[in-house]
Design a protein around this ligand. Sequence first.
Ligand SMILES: CCCCCCCCCCCCCCCCCCCCCCCCCCCCCC(=O)SCCNC(=O)CCNC(=O)[C@H](O)C(C)(C)COP(=O)(O)OP(=O)(O)OC[C@H]1O[C@@H](n2cnc3c(N)ncnc32)[C@H](O)[C@@H]1OP(=O)(O)O
Ligand SMILES: NC(=O)C1=CN([C@@H]2O[C@H](COP(=O)(O)OP(=O)(O)OC[C@H]3O[C@@H](n4cnc5c(N)ncnc54)[C@H](OP(=O)(O)O)[C@@H]3O)[C@@H](O)[C@H]2O)C=CC1
Length: 515
Amino acid sequence: MSMIAAFYSNKSLLITGATGFLGKVLMEKLFRTSPHLKVIYILVRPKSGQTLQERVFQILNSKLFEKVKEVCPNVHEKIRPISADLNQRDFAISKEDMQELLSCTNIIFHCAATVRFDAHLREAVQLNVTATQQLLLMASQMPKLEAFIHISTAFSNCNLSRIDEVIYPCPVEPRKIIDSMEWLDDSIIDEITPKLIGDRPNTYTYTKALGEIVVQQESGNLNVAIVRPSIVGATWQEPFPGWVDNVNGPSGLIIATGKGFLRSIKATPMAVADVIPVDTVVNLTIAVGWYTAVHRPKSTLIYHSTSGNLNPCNWHKMGLHVLATMEKIPFESAFRRPNADFTTNNFTTQYWNAVSHRAPAIIYDFYLRLTGRKPRMLKLMNRLLRTISMLEYFINHSWEWSTNNTEMLLSELSPEDQRVFNFDVRQLNWLEYIENYVLGVKKYLLKEDLAGIPKAKQHLKRLRNIHYLFNTALFLIIWRLLIARSQIARNIWFFIVSFCYKFISYFRASSTLKI
Ligand SMILES: CCCCCCCCCCCCCCCCCCCCCCCCCCCCCC(=O)SCCNC(=O)CCNC(=O)[C@H](O)C(C)(C)COP(=O)(O)OP(=O)(O)OC[C@H]1O[C@@H](n2cnc3c(N)ncnc32)[C@H](O)[C@@H]1OP(=O)(O)O
Ligand SMILES: NC(=O)C1=CN([C@@H]2O[C@H](COP(=O)(O)OP(=O)(O)OC[C@H]3O[C@@H](n4cnc5c(N)ncnc54)[C@H](OP(=O)(O)O)[C@@H]3O)[C@@H](O)[C@H]2O)C=CC1
C-alpha cells in the first residue's frame, strides 16, 4: 500500500492553476492514486466565453482523464471549482466560498502563474508575487492546513550558473516592488524593468524569484516547500506517454520543426537540455506535499525537479532524436521538409534566418498572391522568429542544479511509493521519451491521425522533388547569367563542356575497340 496515496485519502486540497498544463496532470494523478480523497478545490476564472463548469467538464472529458474515470467514477463530484481571479483583491472569491476554503483546506498546491516571457512587469508581479503573498495570507487563516507547496521554476536564478536548493536574495525587496507597482505608471515601469531584472532574461524568471522570497518571508508558521522544475515537457509514463496540451517550451518548437517552418536555431549544441517530463514533476510535487505535512521540516525546503545532473542529454542529441523521429512519423501538410540545424553565432543566424526562413516565406507569399490568395507566410515566420529569440537564452546557456533534497526525498519513500510516485529521472530513456513526445505532439496537440502518415510521407517526397527542381533551376539561371557577363565563367564552361566531350569520345572509342 502506498503511504503517500493513503495520506491524501479524506483530505481537502486546494489547487491554483489547475486548468494549466501542470495543474491538470497533478489533479489527474491525485484522483487516480487517491480516489478516496475528499475534495479538490480549484480556483478557476471564466475564460474564452466558458463558464467554470464548462471548463471543468472539458478537462474531465479529455483523454487525460480517461483512466481516472475508471478508478474514481464520481470524480466530477470531487472537483469543486471556485470562481476566482488571482489578479483581484481576495481573488474575487465569494464570502461563502472563502469560508469553506478557510475552514476545510488541508494542503495547498500553488501552480498558477503567468509563464509568458514578455509579460509586462506589473502583470507578472501581480500574478507571480502579489497573488502568492495573498495566498499565503489566506493559508495562515486555515486551521486545518498541513502543507503549502509552491511551484516555482529552476530558472528563477538563471543569472547564476550553479544553483543550489536555497533561496537567493534579490537586490530590491519584493514588498517594495509590490508597493511600487500600485502607484508607478506604465512608462516608468517600462523604464525601470531592465534595471530591476538585471542579468535575468525576462520578467518571468525575475518575478518567480521574487515569489520565492515572498514564500520564505511570509510563510510564518506554515509548513512550506518549493518545487523548482526546469523545462517541463510531455508525460513520460503516466497516465500515458507523450501527453501534452500547450505549445510552451519545446512543444511549439517541435511543431515548428515538424511542419518545416523552423530550419535553423541559435543554440549551444553541447549545452545540457534540461527537459523534465511533467509527470515526473507531478510525482515529486505530490511526494513533497506528503513529506512536508508529515515530517514538518524546520525550514522551507526547496526541491529541484531537473534532469541535467542525474541523466544529462544535450541539445545536439535531442535535436537528432527529434529529427530522426520525424522521418518515421512525419507531420501532415508540412511547409518544407523537417531539416533544422544549429547556428552558433549571430552572423550565421542572421544569414540562415534570411535564406531559410524569410526567403521561402516571401516566395510562398508571392505564390499565394499569384493564385489570388492572401499572403500570410512572412507574418507567421516573423512571429516564429520573435518566439525563438525569446527562447534562445535557454538553449545557449548551461546550468548546474544540485538535487540533494530531491534525492533525500526519494530515499525516504517506501519501495511502493518510489514505484507509484516515481521521480527518479535516472530511469528515463531519452530516445524513447523523445519519440513519444513527438508522437504526442502530433496526436494531442496537432490532432493528426496516425492513418495519415503514408500521405504525409508522400507529401514530403513531393517537397523534396520541388526542392531539387527549384535548386537546379536556380543554379541554371545563375550560371546562364554568369556566362552572359563573365569571360572567366565562359572559359570554365567551355573547359567543362570540352572535357566532357573528350571523355565521352574516349569512352565510345574504347568500347568500340573491345568489340
Ligand atoms: C524533448 C524536447 C526536444 C526539444 C527539441 C526541439 C525541437 C527542435 C528539433 C530540431 C533540431 C535542431 C534544432 C533544435 C534545437 C533545440 C531546440 C530547443 C528547443 C527548446 C526550447 C527551450 C525552451 C525553454 C524555455 C523554458 C525555460 C523556462 C521554463 C519555465 O519556467 S516557463 C514555461 C515556459 N514558458 C514558455 O515557454 C512561454 C513562452 N511563450 C511566450 O512567452 C509567448 O508565447 C511569446 C513567445 C512571447 C509569444 O507571444 P505572442 O503574444 O506573440 O503570442 P502567443 O503567445 O499567442 O503565441 C504566438 C505564436 O507563437 C507560437 N508559440 C508560442 N510558444 C511557442 C513556442 N515555444 N515555440 C513555437 N511557437 C510558439 C504560438 O503557437 C503562436 O502561433 P500562431 O498562433 O501561429 O501565431
Ligand atoms: N511549463 C513549464 O515549462 C514550467 C512551468 N513552471 C511553473 O509551473 C507552474 C505551472 O505552469 P504551467 O502549467 O506550465 O502553466 P500554464 O500557463 O499552463 O498554466 C497557468 C495556470 O495559471 C492560471 N492562471 C493564470 N492567471 C490566472 C488568474 N489571474 N487567475 C486564476 N488563475 C490564473 C491559468 O488559468 P487559465 O487556464 O484560466 O489561464 C492556468 O491554470 C507555474 O508556476 C510555472 O511557473 C516551472 C518551470 C517550467
